[in-house]
Design a protein around this ligand. Structure first.
Ligand code: CAO
Length: 476
């Protein structure tokens, strides 16, 4: 059995950083890449992971100690041969900056497997850590170092100079990752650790309090978030005796309103929404629709703009697959089926029936299906299966009015298209050097900015508007 001294790897210019957390104790079995300690400079914190697997024999540092490259942090009794990763890895220690306003997912990085077993009592630099911050670290390239004590080319650290120091909540990268997965804004959490550091338990308690508050019956915690708001550190919801100012009538929310309200609220709060607006010239498409409706009048078929939109959206989803996806943990699940939901306004509230496999259906079939589903929705006859499995939603207010709006994404989908009323507008024609009356339909695409970049959204919406302007493109 050999022992290994795990050292602090190259952490760049950061000499003498303070140990603020011990993540293992003597007797613990540790795996390669498991975090051993957290260190903190005045700008960032990072976890130092183990380069070897085995049992912790001795912790060589304590909280408050200052460590630099080469400081031995733990002695490990090595597990079976091949367990040590040595200093070999493609990753670097990652800083834990404040929550970015536009979080970018950390790039997927895979540690290089261990080349050899570390020999007895040979100092080995700790394996660098995978990025866990809300801001992707700069890419780093490292040469693998053999764990046999040979000259090691240590990892180049991520640049911590760029990390904003102001108002950075103190929390280790793993706590930040944990909070990010739960959608918790760490600035709202009170830290109970040393120097007000936020621990995993603080995050758990915060979520628990929010859940309890959100689960209060409507009478004590109105849907308007009285108690939940308080647990998020917001000002309490105003309590007003409206009857003091004039006659009122209390009308209980319908069951559908309560359910859809809770879902809309969650989606609005947890998804970073951005909406891209675009105009589609549907002059020719509307003429075609009216012509087809005349031709099919006897058969009782009515083609709606919604049916054309569903078909056009499928073409756009095929071209831009990330819009047909869902976030699951750190993965993007790209769906290879096209189930399109559409918002239906019913006397009891909003419902979203789903047209399944819209890619395999023609516009006439889609029109028939949407009209049947909308009728079922209005009659309160939609089954659960009619509303499940959607991959993208459309909310069309075109039959009602409005010029633009910002629809709320229907989680776990990552985008939704809002359609407003088409109107005749003067559009400049370069060919004719004159203004022409054209029928213009506004398209408002809300997207989850964790998954979709603004440029991709603009491309999607532009493509969609081109398809609506010339529907032949749907075949391409
Ligand atoms: N611009 C101009 N006119 C439009 C239009 C548009 N974008 N979309 C539809 N219209 C017209 C239709 O042509 C139709 O006119 P005709 O009867 O003369 O042909 C009329 O508006 C009514 O259309 P419709 O609403 O019956 O049909 P649809 O397929 O467009 O919509 C449905 C069906 C279920 C989407 C709709 O009934 C509905 O419920 N819309 C509300 C959705 C909603 O509430 N969204 C908000 C969700 S977020 O709170």
């Amino acid at each position: 059995m050999s022992t290994i001294q795990v050292e602090v790897p190259d952490i760049g210019d950061f000499e003498s950083v303070e140990v603020i957390e011990l993540l293992v104790k003597p007797g613990d079995e540790v795996k390669v890449e498991q975090s051993l300690i957290t260190v903190e400079s005045d700008k960032a914190s990072m976890e130092i992971p183990s380069s070897a697997a085995g049992k912790v024999v001795e912790l060589r540092v304590k909280i408050g100690d200052k460590v630099s490259k080469g400081t031995v942090i733990v002695t490990i009794e090595a597990a079976a041969a091949g367990a040590s990763a040595g200093a070999s890895s493609a990753l670097a220690p990652a800083p834990a900056p404040a929550q970015a306003s536009v979080p970018a997912p950390a790039p997927a990085q895979t540690p290089t497997p261990a080349p050899a077993t570390a020999p007895s009592a040979v100092p080995v630099a700790a394996a660098p850590i995978a990025a866990t911050s809300s801001v992707a670290p700069p890419a780093v390239t490292v040469a693998a170092a053999a764990a046999s004590g040979g000259a090691a080319s240590h990892p180049v650290p991520a640049d911590m100079h760029d990390v904003p120091a102001a108002e950075v909540p103190h929390a280790s990268p793993s706590v930040r990752k944990f909070a990010r997965e739960l959608g918790v804004d760490l600035r709202q959490v009170k830290g109970t650790g040393p120097k007000q550091r936020i621990t995993q338990e603080d995050v758990q308690l915060f979520v628990k309090a929010a859940m309890v508050a959100a689960a209060q019956p409507a009478a004590t915690a109105p849907a308007s978030t009285g108690a939940a708001g308080a647990s998020l550190g917001l000002a309490p919801w105003p309590k007003v005796d409206f009857a003091k100012f004039g006659p009122v009538q209390a009308q209980p929310l319908s069951r559908i309103k309560k359910i859809s309200g809770a879902n809309l609220h969650r989606n609005w709060v947890m998804i970073p929404h951005v909406t891209n607006h675009e105009d589609a010239d549907i002059t020719e498409l509307e003429a075609l629709r009216l012509r087809l409706n005349e031709e099919n009048a006897k058969a009782g078929i009515k083609l709606t703009m919604l049916a054309f939109l569903i078909k056009a959206v499928v073409a756009a989803l095929k071209k831009f697959p990330e819009f047909n996806s869902s976030l699951a943990d750190d993965n993007l699940i790209l769906k290879q089926y096209y189930h399109i939901g559409f918002a239906a306004d019913t006397p009891n509230g909003l419902m979203v029936p789903v047209v399944r496999n819209a890619d395999q259906k023609g516009v006439i079939d889609i029109a028939r299906e949407t009209s049947e589903l909308a009728a079922k929705a209005r009659d309160g006859k939609l089954g659960i299966a009619d509303m499940q499995g959607g991959t993208f939603s459309i909310s069309s207010l075109g039959g009602i009015g409005g010029t633009n709006f910002t629809p709320i994404i229907n989680a776990p989908e990552v985008a939704i298209l809002g359609v407003s009323r088409a109107s005749k507008r003067p559009v400049w024609s370069e060919a004719r050097q004159a203004f022409e009356p054209r029928l213009i339909m506004p398209l408002s695409l809300s997207y989850d900015h964790r998954v979709i970049d603004g440029a991709a959204a603009a491309r999607f919406n532009t493509f969609l508007s081109l398809v609506m302007a010339d529907f032949r493109r749907v075949m391409l």
